[in-house]
Design a protein around this ligand. Structure first.
Ligand code: ARG
Length: 474
């Protein structure tokens, strides 16, 4: 209270009791986070309702006070939903905006809500509630993309595609096998997100500012009400820990790295030089100067947005670096990076799924490219090795055959059997089957191999996994 103005909180803040001067206008603007954290409003209200009910059960609030608080909060939630709530930077953040409004609406009971609580445990709770939902949404989008890829893989189980190493044609694979490789990456991303969700699913509520509270609170009750699996074990850690945000941003970054790799392949494959896929007009754009252009912008944007999401991870790691226990205001800076990673990754997943659904494989071009580049050279070496030729000798002999093919402007598979025999005396009449694209992929008939039968089996298993996830609501 100001000496000159006893009875009036001159800072006009919820925490203004010990202040005599008002907050500088520049400071008010600088410290306000409501523009960003208002996004947590729904979770903030859920946390407050759970807290009020627990305080009533503990005898700290009367049943009537609790009811007034709950009714007031519900009304505020409805106002926010309708876009009628007036947010004010003077009230700094989402928590104080809502509390101020509640007090304005219901009077003293509103002022009692913050008993046995701090914004420190409040914001940590809100963020975990928010993240849980966000992870569920992302897992749903991941599942949709995976399903598109896996269903396509089942259809393309026998479609020949050149496989590359060092971006050089290496061995034939099937297009379905390639799509299932993408699915594997995404499946691990999904698993990581679920693990992150499980670890984050603990309630900080009751930790108060940092040390807990002297009130006879029931942390299990608020945790159960909010659907948390357990309470956080240490109050200092609970208010300061942002591992869950860092972990999520790390998983989102790796997911985006995966999407960027997939997007890059689509950029290459849709180019005239490859012409392996047609991306469809809906996810491409034209050039304002070159009338012939159809650019794979969606794929390029996904590739590009990966940078932001990786940057967000770096920002959060630096935010936490060297922060002493317990809560520090630095932590307010966590939200923009976290929200942006979630929004960006989700948008990319949704666009990728749609783009993939519109994509048409150009099978004849894939096959023709696989037929170039002597892609079955390893098969010939394996063929000779199976006939008892030591693999290193077989490798050498086939290398000579490739050189012969290059000199004569032929593909390895086009060399006549009697010509092959000059380099590889062990060659018999069955060699042409081994040299064929179908023979090559068909021979790799083991778990994880590219044989069409294996790909069909793997696609089926992947689909079953996705169905089980859907059934479990994950
Ligand atoms: N807006 C703050 C944040 O996001 C809420 C917690 C503030 N706590 C405090 N003691 N100033 O971190």
């Amino acid at each position: 209270m100001s000496k000159k103005n006893p009875g009036k909180k001159s800072a006009n803040k919820m925490w203004g009791g010990r202040f005599s001067a008002a907050t500088h206008a520049r400071m008010e603007k600088f410290s306000a986070s409501v523009g960003v954290d208002r996004r947590l409003a729904r979770h903030d209200i859920a946390g407050s309702v759970a807290h009020a009910r627990m305080l009533a059960a503990a005898g700290v609030l009367s049943a009537d006070e609790c009811k007034r608080i709950e009714d007031g909060l519900r009304e505020i939630a409805a106002q926010i939903e309708r876009g009628e709530f007036e947010w004010s930077e003077a009230h700094e953040d989402v928590h104080m905006n809502i509390e101020a409004k509640l007090t304005e609406m219901i009077g003293d009971a509103g002022k009692k809500l913050h008993t046995a609580r701090s914004r420190n445990d409040q914001v940590a709770t809100d963020m975990r509630l928010w993240l849980r939902e966000e992870i569920d949404r992302m897992c749903g989008a991941l599942g949709a993309l995976q399903r598109t890829l896996v269903e396509m893989a089942a259809k393309e189980a026998a479609t020949i595609l050149p496989g590359f190493t060092h971006m050089q044609c290496a061995q034939p694979v099937t297009f379905g096998h390639h799509l299932l490789a993408w699915n594997e990456m995404l499946q691990r991303d999904y698993e990581r997100l679920r693990e992150c969700r499980a670890r984050a699913n603990a309630s900080p509520l009751g930790s108060a500012a940092l040390a807990g509270t002297g009130f006879a609170i029931n942390r299990e009750m608020t945790a159960a009400e909010l659907g948390f699996a357990r309470v956080c074990s240490n109050s200092l850690d609970a208010v300061s820990d942002r591992d869950f945000a860092v972990e999520f941003c790390a998983h989102a970054a790796l997911l985006m790295v995966h999407l960027s790799r997939m997007a890059e392949e689509l950029v290459l494959w849709s180019s005239d030089a490859f012409a392996f896929v047609d991306l469809g007009d809906a996810f491409c754009t034209g050039s304002s100067i070159m009338p012939q252009k159809k650019n794979p912008d969606a794929a390029e944007l996904i590739r590009g947005k990966c940078a932001r999401v990786c940057g967000n991870l770096s920002a959060l790691l630096m935010l936490m670096k060297a922060q002493p226990l317990a809560y520090n205001r630095d932590n307010q800076e966590d939200k923009e990076a976290l929200f942006d990673s979630a929004d960006t990754a989700l948008a990319c997943l949704e666009v990728f799924a749609e783009m993939a659904a519109h994509m048409k494989p150009r099978r004849e071009n894939m096959r023709a490219a696989a037929a170039r580049g002597h892609a079955t050279a390893t098969d010939l070496a394996d063929y000779l090795a199976a006939k008892g030729v030591p693999f290193r000798d077989a490798h050498e002999a086939v290398g000579k055959a490739v050189a012969f093919a290059l000199e004569n402007n032929l593909e390895l598979a086009q060399i006549k059997t009697e010509d092959l025999r000059r380099f590889c005396p062990a060659v018999e009449d069955d060699v042409q089957a081994a040299l064929s694209l179908e023979g090559s992929v068909g021979a790799r008939d083991h778990a994880g191999g590219t044989a069409p039968a294996q790909v069909a089996k793997a696609a089926k298993a992947a689909l079953q996994l996705l169905d089980a996830r859907k059934e479990a609501g994950e």
